[in-house]
Structures are given as C-alpha cells and as structure tokens.
Design a protein around this ligand. Sequence first.
Ligand SMILES: *[C@@H]1O[C@H](CO)[C@@H](O)[C@H](O)[C@H]1NC(C)=O
Ligand SMILES: *[C@@H]1O[C@H](CO)[C@@H](O)[C@H](O)[C@H]1NC(C)=O
Ligand SMILES: *[C@@H]1O[C@H](CO)[C@@H](O)[C@H](O)[C@H]1NC(C)=O
Length: 493
Amino acid sequence: MILKIIFSFTIFMSVALVGSSEDAIKEEDGVLVLNEKNFDAAIGTNKYLLVEFYAPWCGHCNALAPEYVKVAKELAKKNSAIKLAKIDGTTEPILVVKHGVQGYPTIKFFKENITIDYNGGRTAGEMLAWLEKKMGPPVTQLDSISDAQKFIDSANMSIIGFFKDASSDAAIAYETAAVSRIDVDAIPCGKASDAAILASFNVESDSIILFKKPDDAKVVHRGPFTVDEIDRFVRNNRLPLISEFTHETAGEIFNSDVKNFVLLFVNKTNEVEFNALIKEMKTSAKKFNGKAIYVFVDSSYDENERVLEFFGLKKEDCPVIRLIDLKDDMLKYKPSFTDITEANINALVQGVLDGTIKPHFMSQEVPEDWNKKAVKVLVGKNFNQVARDKTKTVLVEFYAPWCGHCKKLEPVWDKLGAEYQKQANIVIAKMDSTANEVEGVNVHSYPTIMLFPADSDEIIEYEGERNLEGFKKFLDSGGKIQKKKEPAVKEEL
Ligand SMILES: *[C@@H]1O[C@H](CO)[C@@H](O)[C@H](O)[C@H]1NC(C)=O
Ligand SMILES: *[C@@H]1O[C@H](CO)[C@@H](O)[C@H](O)[C@H]1NC(C)=O
Ligand SMILES: *[C@@H]1O[C@H](CO)[C@@H](O)[C@H](O)[C@H]1NC(C)=O
C-alpha cells in the first residue's frame, strides 16, 4: 500500500514537473515551439496561428525552415497579429493524429475558430501572400447587378451566395465554407443580398449559384446550408462540363460523390474530329449534370497508353466511349454503338443509370492450348468454368505482361504448377488481367493471387511471401495458412 502511494506520488511529481517545464511556450527564431500540452493555450492566445508539422528527418522541412523563420520575422516587424508555430510530429503523435497530418511538412492556418489547410508555395514571399489573402474577406460583397455580372465575367468559374439576410446562419455557413473549404483562388466567391440583384438572377429563396463561364452553365444549390453540404456541392459541381484526364486533374475528377464517368478516348491533335465530338459530349453532359462526370482522354498522348490498356483499347480504336461506375467495385460499360452522337451517349448513360445496360467484362478468345501446360491459361470466357469449378481448388495469378514482379514470379509459378500437375483436384492457373475481366473478381494491383477453394464460393487472396514454400502451405491448408507478416510488394495498376 505504502509502496503504491509512493509510486503514485513519483508519477504525479514527474508529470507535474514535465507539465510546468513545457507549459511555457518556447520560441526559436520567432517561431513558437508547440507540443500537446501548450497547443490549446497557443490557439487560445493567438487569434491567427500558422502551424507547421515537421519531422527532423524531412528534407523539404529543412529547406522550408529558413523561409518559415523569414515569414515570422517579417510579420513581427509589421506588428502582425499572425504568429508562426511549429510542431515536431515525431515527438507529438497525439497532435499529429488529432489534426489528420498525413505527411511532412503539413501546414495549417488556425484563423479564429476555422482551420485552413495551407496550399500555397514554400518561399517566404509566397507564404506571406497566401496569408494576406486568407486574412482578407474571402467573399466579395456585390452591391449592384453590374458588379455581380462583372464578377462572373472575371473568372471561368465563380460562385455567388444569394442570401436575403446577410447575417443568417445560412449566409455565415457560406462564408465559413469559402474561408475553410473552397479554393477561392480558383473559384472566387461573392455574395449578394440586394433584392434587385436577387430578382435579376431569378433567385426566390436563398441560393448558392456556381457559374461556369466557358460552358455558359450554372448550377444552383438551394440548401441545406451547412459548411459540409456547401463544400460537397462545390466539389461535386466544380468540374467543367467536360474535363481532360491528366495526372494533375485525376484527383479532382475522382474526388466527387458522383460515381458515373463517361470517358471519351480521342485523338486531341486531330482538331476537327476532336471539336465535333466534344460538342456532342458537352450537350449530353449538360443533360446529366450532377449524375455523370464527362471526361476525355487524349489517345495521342503516350502516357495515356496504360489508361487505354486498362479499358482494353488501342490508339487505333479511338475515338471510342466507355462508361465506368465506381460506386462499389469498378464496373465498365461498353456501348453497342460506334457513332458518337449526343443521342447515343444519352441513351448509354440513361441505360446505365436505369440498370438496363449490363456491365462489360473484357475477354480474349480461349487459346487452343489453354490446358496443355502445367499452369492453365485463363481468359474471361473460360474463367468461371475452370476457376469456379466446385470439384477443384484453383489458385490463380492475375498478372500484367509488363509487370516486373509478375515476371519474377513466373518460374516459381511454373514450378508450382508442375508440383501439383498430378493432383486432379488442384489447378494452378494464370490470367492476363489487362485483357480479361471477371465479374466479382477485383484486381487492383499486379500480381494478385487468389484461391478459389473447392465446394465454396469463397475467394481467398494470398498475401504472404511469394515463394514456393508459401504457396504450397497455402494450397495444402485450403487457403487457411499464409504468412501475412510482410506486405508483399506489388505494382500499382
Ligand atoms: C467562431 O466563434 C465565434 C464566437 O464563439 C462565433 O460567433 C462564430 O460564429 C464562430 N465562427 C465560425 C465560423 O464557427
Ligand atoms: C479560362 O480558361 C481558359 C481555357 O482553359 C484559359 O485559357 C483562361 O486563362 C481562363 N481564364 C481565366 C480568367 O482564368
Ligand atoms: C492523331 O491525329 C494527328 C492529326 O490528324 C495524326 O497526325 C496522328 O497520327 C494521330 N495519332 C494517332 C495515335 O492516331
């Protein structure tokens, strides 16, 4: 008992000591050094706080450090209310988790009670400019019809919040969304409350309208007006009627709650044809605004070859349309038409939305010698008959011809096939997943190895080490034993 009290006391003392030494906020070169204990106090006493999460081993962080100090000194010189702070993420895991930090450096601006993710440049000048912009009003007040029209004309995409009462909860939520969620550099935000302006835009009840000037289109949000809903509205509608698929735009294109995508694979350098097809796509896109996202993939651009391959397409096949649905698994739809017209596209999209058009699964023809060797060759067309044969346990490697890890696996796989060749109830097989797809089997990386046990509808993915011994244990145990310790290295699709 006494021991326990002494023990508790020592813990209490040490906690108290740590507490008192870390509560005071240290500064290094004008930058506050924060930790879990003093973080809340720092936010409480500084209305505007820019916080960098860094790691000592992170090169970009080290490069940023002198610029960060410059910003702190520049702001101090101007008597700015903005303070700079830093947090060593490696010693502050709780703060890292709490603030959703995924990588270093991550910078967040705590502006009163709003948190804004920093997305500006890494030089002192760029950081100062970003801060200045964020300190200004995020939403431009529009007081006349001509102001509003000029505002819309000044950018390809813009938003105006029309609220009868500028101090209503809805209007405040809109301003908060503009500060904390909307990239107002890309999409400037305005607001209007004047009755004459509202009337000229046919606004009868509170509305947020997104204007897309190049498409001469607008999308109206009539509520609910919470920060999350407004953010969702902007994310789901901010794409132009038709976007080009590139490395840079991919994230934005797929960061939407709309999960149907109409993809046009087209040679962009063939201008006449390109423009004509885009016109057909745009008209259809207007009709399905909010239901499907329209994208084109330039087939003349070599880096898109993988994307074409993913759809089983070659440059010569273009122009061609595909539709994908990313709701659960990825489902692909192939039109029955070859003539890309607005009416045909509309019918395809409507059919997919209604569920009257079935997804398309690619398949090569079954090779004549598919079962001549120890490792059986599967394609879409013979997959179910072989792999889903209830009398057999079937282990399938899903590969891509270009995948290095698959090439390395090939001799092992052949050996495995040879070892089980005599066992009639076990089949070792492989399928080229770039040319063949099977309903219910989702391959997201290469190689993927799956077991289809006899007498079962189960599919067991193999995630152990890719060697003969591992595979044999896995097979002999009916898929029950696999060493999952080290995640296997895979190549992304
Ligand atoms: C910030 O806090 C103040 C005071 O509590 C409150 O009036 C204001 O609405 C808050 N702002 C946001 C955007 O939550
Ligand atoms: C509008 O978009 C066009 C085409 O992408 C671009 O060239 C132009 O600079 C944009 N205008 C503004 C004001 O951003
Ligand atoms: C794309 O079109 C251009 C212009 O018509 C042509 O020169 C080029 O060969 C085409 N590229 C492909 C891959 O078809």
